[in-house]
Design a protein around this ligand. Structure first.
Ligand code: ADP
Length: 273
C-alpha cells in the first residue's frame, strides 16, 4: 500500500533534499565569489585610473610648453614621480595577492613555482631588517621603532613573511601619532608557537571596522591612507600570507589608544641542519 511505498522512498527523498540544499549552498558560494571578483576588478580599475589621470594631466601640460617656470616644472616632475611610485606599489601588491590566490587554489608543488620556495627564516633578523628599512619613514612621522625580539624560526616563503611583517610595521607607523611608538616583537609562546607581534600607540581601529580592514581596498580613512602611500591591499596580503603559512591573526585595538596585531604560526618542525 501507499504507506509502505512512502517509507521505502523516504531515505531517497531525504538524500535528494540534502543534495538540493548542498547545491544551493554551493551556488551561493559561487555567486559570492563572482560578486567579489567583479568588485575587485572595478576597484583595481578605479585605483589605477586615479594616478594615471594625474600623470597624464601634468605630462600634457609640460609637453604642451605650458610650464615656463623652472620651479613649477620641478614640482610637476616630482608629482609625476610620486604617482608613478604609487602605481608601482599598487601593481606589485595586486601581483602578490593574485599569486597568493593562485597558490591557494593549486597544490603545494605548484605554489612553490608561483610564490617561491620555503626555507627556515630567522624572524628576529627579519624584523631588524624591516626596522632599518622603515627608519626614515618613522623619523619623518616622529615615531620611534622599538625591537623586542626573542629567538624564533619559521619555515616559510621568505619574501612573503617579510611582506607580512613589513606591512604590519608600516601601518603601525602610518596610523600613528607624532611622538608615538611601534614595537616589533617575536618569540615562541607557551604552546611552542612562533609569533610576530606589532604594537602601536596610534589612532586605533573601531570595533566595527576590525574585520573589514582585512578586505581588499577597504580603508577606514581613504584620504589618510592615500596621503601616506597606502594601496589599501596591505592587510589583505597579511591575511592571505598568514593563511598560506597556516598562521592565525589576532587583532586587539582601541580607538585613540593603539593597535596590537599578533600573527601566530603552527608549531615548527625545523629541518635538521
Ligand atoms: P592601507 O594601504 O590603506 O594602509 P591596509 O590594508 O594596510 O591598507 O589597511 C587597511 C586600513 O586599515 C587602513 O586604510 C587603515 O584605515 C586601517 N589600519 C591598518 N592598520 C592600522 C593601524 N595599525 N592602526 C589604525 N588603523 C589601521
Amino acid at each position: 500500500n501507499s504507506e509502505d511505498v512512502y517509507s521505502e522512498m523516504e531515505p531517497m527523498l531525504n538524500r535528494i533534499e540534502s543534495q538540493r540544499q548542498e547545491l544551493k549552498r554551493q551556488m551561493r558560494v559561487l555567486a559570492d565569489n563572482d560578486r567579489m571578483r567583479r568588485e575587485f576588478t572595478a576597484n583595481i580599475t578605479h585605483e589605477l585610473k586615479t594616478p594615471l589621470t594625474t600623470i597624464s594631466g601634468y605630462a600634457e601640460l609640460i609637453a604642451g610648453g605650458m610650464v615656463a617656470d623652472e620651479a613649477d616644472l620641478r614640482d610637476f616632475g616630482s608629482r609625476i614621480h610620486r604617482e608613478a611610485g604609487r602605481l608601482t606599489s599598487l601593481v606589485n601588491d595586486i601581483l602578490t595577492l593574485s599569486n597568493l590566490d593562485e597558490a591557494e587554489r593549486t597544490d603545494s608543488e605548484n605554489s612553490a613555482d608561483v610564490l617561491g620556495s620555503t626555507e627556515p627564516v630567522d624572524v628576529p633578523r627579519m624584523l631588524e631588517s624591516i626596522s632599518q628599512r622603515l627608519e626614515q619613514v618613522a623619523k619623518k612621522a616622529d615615531v620611534t621603532i622599538l625591537l623586542e625580539t626573542k629567538p624564533a624560526m619559521v619555515v616559510g616563503v621568505p619574501r612573503l613573511l617579510d611582506e607580512l611583517a613589513y606591512n604590519l610595521a608600516s601601518n603601525a607607523i602610518r596610523y600613528n601619532l607624532p611622538g608615538g611608538s611601534v614595537t616589533l616583537s617575536c618569540g615562541i609562546d607557551e604552546g611552542e608557537h612562533p609569533y610576530i607581534q606589532v604594537i602601536d600607540t596610534g589612532i586605533g581601529i573601531a570595533p566595527e571596522e576590525q574585520d573589514k580592514v582585512f578586505e581588499r581596498f577597504y580603508r577606514v580613512d581613504k584620504s589618510r591612507s592615500k596621503a601616506r602611500g597606502g594601496t589599501g591591499l596591505g592587510l589583505a596580503i597579511v591575511k592571505h600570507a598568514a593563511v598560506y603559512h597556516g598562521a592565525s591573526i589576532d587583532l586587539a585595538s582601541e580607538l585613540g589608544m593603539g593597535t596590537c596585531i599578533t600573527v601566530t604560526f603552527p608549531v615548527q618542525e625545523l629541518p635538521e641542519l
